[in-house]
Design a protein. Structure first.
Length: 135
């Protein structure tokens, strides 16, 4: 007989989804903040590919700024974004497009809210199970 665990792989998926969405939000807002910085290269990460990689490997890519930094535990890995392709500006003067960034921000916000809602529903099911068993 299979064991039944109250916390299945869905909780892991939703937790990583929230972490990736939060990291992507940080990257996008960083792009917006540096919109007028000459030579700034906007960064982003592909939500779906990063989530797939995180679920397959147990985490994202570890990012260390110095070789003497301590290793981080797998649940505290930081998902690094990659520079976006050049938008055709040969002088790198205007790489950040506010319309693109705001569209990305809205899309990412929707993914974050969806993950939170799904997590709340899973917790509500667990809470209902506990309350029904207590009667």
């Amino acid at each position: 007989m299979d064991k039944i665990y109250p916390f299945d792989r869905t909780y892991d998926l939703l937790g990583k989804s929230l972490n990736i969405a939060a990291r992507r939000h940080s990257l996008i807002t960083g792009n917006i903040a540096n919109m007028d910085t000459i030579g700034y290269q906007p960064r982003d990460l592909d939500f779906d590919k990063t989530l797939q990689r995180a679920m397959n490997s147990g985490g994202g890519e570890l990012y260390k700024t110095h070789p003497d930094h301590m290793e981080q535990r797998s649940e505290k890995r930081i998902y690094q974004g990659k520079p976006r392709e050049n938008s055709g500006d040969p002088h790198n003067l205007d790489r950040v497009n506010i319309d693109t960034e705001m569209t990305s921000l809205i899309s990412n916000n929707g993914k974050y809210k969806t993950s939170v809602e799904m997590l709340l529903r899973k917790i509500a099911i667990l809470r209902q199970s506990i309350n029904e068993g207590g009667n």
